[in-house]
Design a binder for this molecule. Structure first.
Ligand code: SF4
Ligand code: SF4
Length: 378
């Protein structure tokens, strides 16, 4: 029978130097490592060269329309929740040129777009965001047309996931079945252990290339005690979610398309689109054509757009969603209800970003609960 320190051969322990070794190994393999850093008072996703770049000791406080970083919390480098940026900013950039054409005689010739695929290693991807990437895989390669740029970047990307050991105030991944423990879709998964004054990372490989990188690091086999400590931290995170989505929300919204709550929320909603910009699964875009002053070259650019703009629903002579209520309803019912019919899953992973970064603190879980309660739900 295994004692408390019996090795778990599927999982190993690395320390802070081992984490630096992981970053070095990924850089040696030609990846650009993108991870959490602090900028402008928030945790953002930027290139990192080492552990010193990570937000050691920083935690976040999140609530509706509120985000604050609090420092001085010890050695932990992953003890914060999702920040205002999602990984889509790298896999599905805010602006992307689709093609360029040059004048040739009396016509134009479309130039082949040279596709340089960056090799990203994403360090610190939370379970909700791993699920969001899988949702985008379905959107961009699910048989309805393929986005070659997204796919090339996605296939090249190395994912180092991190199990959450502290729930954020606006998190509700548990009720969306998307966290806080990663359940696939990673090359390596870390759980940060900081109890009893130690600082270590329990690591498991989720792919062959992940195992190959792991084999190059200074490590030791994890014991049962390490594994159960990690499980306890993740279990505590699951029990302390800041928010909860009501059950059966897809059907609930589907039968309440004319509910008075849509007008109520529209009294507060600024239709600013912040919620769609920070959401890891929102993918609406528009295209803009531009020419240079000579008229010799023309380019088509794709840019992130939002269902909260009037122009987004402009169809031959007019916008079909003129009122804020219609735009909020479109966003929320798409995320939580019609996404199932379109892509086979919810479009929400419970990351809470839309709640935190809504300037007036509109809370998608609260809006769903209001409709739920109006039906006399428990
Ligand atoms: S709708 Fe809100 S909570 Fe859900 S995935 Fe998007 S930003 Fe996160
Ligand atoms: S719900 Fe909030 S973030 Fe979204 S458009 Fe309305 S005011 Fe902006």
């Amino acid at each position: 029978m295994a004692g408390s320190d019996a090795p778990d051969r599927d999982k190993v322990l690395i320390d802070r130097d081992g984490l630096q070794g992981l970053i070095d190994a990924l850089i040696d393999d030609g990846y650009q490592v993108i991870g959490p850093r602090i900028a402008d008072g928030a945790v953002v996703l930027e290139p990192v060269a080492g552990v010193d770049d990570l937000p050691a000791g920083w935690r976040d406080e999140q609530d509706g329309g509120r985000y604050r970083l609090v420092g001085g919390g010890g050695d932990a480098v992953f003890e914060f929740g999702p920040g205002p940026q999602a990984w889509k900013r790298y896999l599905y950039p805010p602006t992307e040129r689709l093609w360029r054409a040059r004048r040739r005689g009396k016509g134009f010739a479309i130039e082949d777009e040279a596709m340089e695929t960056p090799r990203y290693a994403f360090l610190g991807v939370r379970a909700c965001d791993v699920h969001a990437m899988a949702i985008h895989d379905e959107v961009f390669d699910g048989g309805r047309g393929t986005d070659p740029g997204y796919l090339a970047r996605r296939r090249a990307a190395f994912v180092v996931a991190v199990n959450c050991t502290r729930a954020g105030g606006t998190c509700f991944c548990v009720s969306m079945g998307a966290g806080p423990k990663v359940d696939g879709g990673f090359d390596l998964a870390l759980t940060e252990l900081t109890e009893r004054d130690r600082h270590a990372f329990l690591v498991e490989a989720g792919s062959e290339r992940g195992a190959q990188v792991l084999a190059r690091l200074d490590r030791r086999d994890a014991g049962d005690g390490d594994v159960s400590a990690a499980e306890a931290l993740v279990a505590r995170t699951a029990e302390t979610m800041g928010r909860e989505m009501v059950a059966d929300v897809a059907a609930l919204l589907g039968r309440n398309l004319e509910h008075p709550r849509w007008n109520k929320v529209a009294e507060r909603c600024l239709t600013c689109g912040n919620c769609t910009m920070v959401c890891p699964t929102c993918f609406c875009s528009t295209v803009e054509d531009v020419t240079d002053l000579t008229g010799d070259t023309a380019e088509r650019w794709r840019k992130w757009d939002s269902c909260f703009t009037v122009e987004f629903s402009y169809i031959h002579g007019g916008s079909i969603r003129r009122e804020g209520a219609a735009r909020y309803r479109q966003w929320m019912t798409h995320k939580l209800s019609t996404w199932h019919e379109q892509f086979g899953s919810s479009g929400c992973v419970g990351c809470g970003r839309c709640i935190t970064w809504c300037p007036v603190g509109i809370d998608i879980t609260e809006e769903a609960r209001a409709i739920h309660d109006s039906e006399g739900g428990e």
